[in-house]
Design a protein around this ligand. Structure first.
Ligand code: NAD
Ligand code: 0WE
Length: 255
């Protein structure tokens, strides 16, 4: 395992033990990182506090990323507590339920706005707030999905938002490169998490994915976390603006 002792990582998007963000937090902690874990709302505080019990050197804070004020307050507290941070993990996406359940043609102005605000703009806002604390350089990463490039039934406005997210990664990489801050995305294959639940035919999707993937199976949270540790580490100092696929190879197949 890589040694990230002395590094501080801020991780957004832990909702429960299945969250990709939690698997990333666990692996970063195993590698020696000090962790600050952001949860969305009061309702998730108990869960987040319980989850960090198993992690060394971890704390939690509340931050709804649709609020500029909460972001500002969170990073003021992070600066007080840690001074310098090294890694930022953005593992957040949301679209109103009707946007996922209706036909794409029925996408509403408000649903489009919310999906892009929470799932895309938040990366820009968090990167801007984090950059002054990344005085030794840093690594910013976000989570994407292949629905940004190809049409998956019902992914709908989230696909459009993920395309914008991947483009945002490239623009942020260019903007922050001079400060030795790298920005990348991990495009994960489908995983049964809270955000993937409630989509009617998830098990059909998972089976289709496993059947078509070169590795013949689905990806696990811990494998996504492996790529995250690599992106946080000095093994990846030459990598920025990229989308790294952790999808058992699904995206390379034509048929
Ligand atoms: P998850 O539900 O565990 O995580 C989503 C997180 O987003 C939750 O912690 C939720 O609290 C947070 N969130 C939503 N709105 C927020 C807001 N306004 N402020 C702060 N936090 C907010 O599910 P997950 O699957 O771990 O999703 C994490 C990321 O991984 C998402 O970006 C998702 O698009 C991406 N992803 C998921 C899959 C999959 O199949 N599960 C595949 C590829 C990419
Ligand atoms: O990015 C995601 C999840 C995105 C998501 C899911 C929901 C469902 C519940 C964002 N917002 C909401 N809002 C809700 O109310 N994934 C990559 C997982 C996922 O979601 C899908 C998928 C896959 C895969 C939705 C439809 C089809 C496939």
């Amino acid at each position: 395992m890589l040694n990230l002792q002395g590094r501080v990582a801020v991780v957004f998007g832990v909702a429960n033990k299945r969250s990709i963000a939690y698997a990333i937090a666990q692996k970063l902690a195993e590698a020696g990182c000090t962790l600050a874990i952001g949860y969305q709302s009061e309702r998730l505080k108990g869960e987040a506090d319980a989850l960090i019990q198993g992690l060394e050197n971890a704390s939690t804070f509340q931050c709804d990323v649709s609020s500029d004020e909460e972001i500002e307050r969170s990073f003021a507290a992070l600066k007080q507590r840690y001074g310098t941070i090294h890694t930022l993990v953005h593992s957040i996406a949301f679209a109103p339920a009707h946007e996922i359940h209706n036909d794409f043609l029925e996408t509403t102005r408000e649903g489009f706005r919310i999906a892009h605000d929470v799932s895309v703009y938040s990366l820009i806002a968090l990167a801007r707030a984090a950059a002054p604390l990344m005085s030794e350089g840093g690594s910013i990463m976000t989570l994407s999905y292949y629905g940004s490039e190809k049409v998956f039934p019902n992914y709908n406005v989230m696909g459009v938002a993920k395309a914008a997210l991947e483009s945002t990664v490239r623009y942020l990489a260019a903007s922050l490169g001079a400060r030795k801050i790298r920005v990348n995305a991990i495009s994960a294959g489908p995983i049964k998490t809270l955000a993937a639940r409630g989509i009617g035919d998830l098990s059909i999707m998972l089976k289709g994915h496993a059947d078509r993937s070169p590795l013949g199976r689905n990806v696990e949270q811990a494998e996504v976390a492996g790529a995250a540790v690599y992106l946080a580490s000095d093994l990846s100092t030459g990598v920025t603006g990229e989308v790294t696929y952790v999808d058992c190879g699904y995206n390379v197949m034509g048929l």
